[in-house]
Ligand binder design. Structure first.
Ligand code: GLN
Length: 310
């Protein structure tokens, strides 16, 4: 399926372009530091017309990073019942940065507060069924290929290795949770799977298509096929509202008002329930790890089209 260029979105990209000069590209994963800070792109997939419109540097591929947390949550909930998953990971926002360890130490049991922070996502990834890391990764990638309708989706070995070699903080979260019997996995195998899952590469068009499935309550808007059970799609969207933009989720709910999930690559997956899926990309981040220009694009678009759910 083609994504057509749109004058409205082109004007929006031109308007927001100066914001790409603000913020900083993430470099704590060294390979991410090579992104071009002036890249800016957006795709919007309308579920009623099944048409996609886009503007900006739409051929640029970027890694999912934390956006993958929504996808693994959906898959873990397909693999296990709700009780099993939420016995190990909570449902509450933290108000802390995405990679913080503080609440694990303060709360008893040391259960991560939600699946959108690193600790929670690591636990969720450890629940994905499969005999080997490769098998589990294949299941995650097939799910992303199905949701995006793009069979060419794969992961960046370079970004995965870069994060695997530098992920001491994520290893610390794993070992802390293992000590407190919240996590049962082999930490190195889990780190391999998690870093590869975070390194799955997409364009903003792929994100818009994934968002469209969620906006359509788990059903593909093009074929009508059910990809995600309706209850699971609902849980994912709710987490995106309460925790999807890390400790900026409250402000985002006020300024934009839609379920969304960001990643430190600069991608944002947005969902306008029963209307559209949105993919946005610009790698320069604010201090909370959200794309500065991406946020601005979504804010202007939401105000103009009255996208807010509230
Ligand atoms: N892979 C990244 C990490 O674990 C994902 C974080 C993010 O996108 N916020 O640090």
């Amino acid at each position: 399926m083609l994504c057509q260029s749109s004058t409205e979105l082109m004007e929006l990209v031109t308007l927001v372009k100066p914001y790409t000069k603000q913020g900083k590209v993430a470099n704590y994963i060294p390979a991410l530091g090579r992104a071009n800070p002036s890249d800016l792109s957006i795709s919007v997939f309308n579920i009623h017309s099944s048409k996609c419109q886009s503007a900006g540097d739409i051929s640029v591929r970027f890694t999912l990073q934390s956006i993958s947390k929504v996808i693994t949550l959906a898959l873990a909930l397909v693999d296990h019942d709700e009780e099993y998953v939420f016995n190990k990971v909570g449902m509450e926002p933290t108000g802390d940065p995405f990679n913080s360890i503080i609440k694990l130490e303060m709360l008893s049991p040391s259960k991560p507060l939600n699946p959108m922070i690193n600790a929670g996502a690591l636990v969720v990834t450890s629940m994905i069924k499969g005999g080997t890391v490769q098998e589990k990764l294949e299941r995650i990638m097939s799910f992303v290929r199905k949701l995006s309708g793009n069979n060419d989706i794969s992961y960046s070995e370079e970004v995965a290795i870069s994060e695997y070699n530098t992920g001491s903080l994520n290893r610390a979260l794993c070992y802390y949770m293992k000590q407190h019997n919240v996590l049962d996995a082999n930490v190195e195998e889990l780190m391999e799977l998690y870093t590869k899952q975070c390194s799955i590469e997409t364009t903003c068009f792929d994100l818009a298509q994934i968002g469209a499935v969620m906006a359509n309550n788990g059903t593909c808007p093009i074929t009508g096929e059910r990809f995600i059970p309706i209850e699971i799609a609902k849980i994912c969207k709710t987490f995106m509202v309460t925790c999807g933009m890390y400790n900026a989720s409250g402000e985002f709910a006020i300024r934009v008002g839609i379920p969304a999930k960001s990643g430190v690559s600069g991608g944002i997956l947005g969902i306008v329930p029963n209307e559209a899926g949105i993919g946005v990309y610009s790698p320069s981040l604010d201090e909370k790890g959200n794309s500065v220009a991406g946020l601005k694009l979504l804010e202007i678009l939401s105000k103009k089209h009255n996208f807010s759910m509230f």
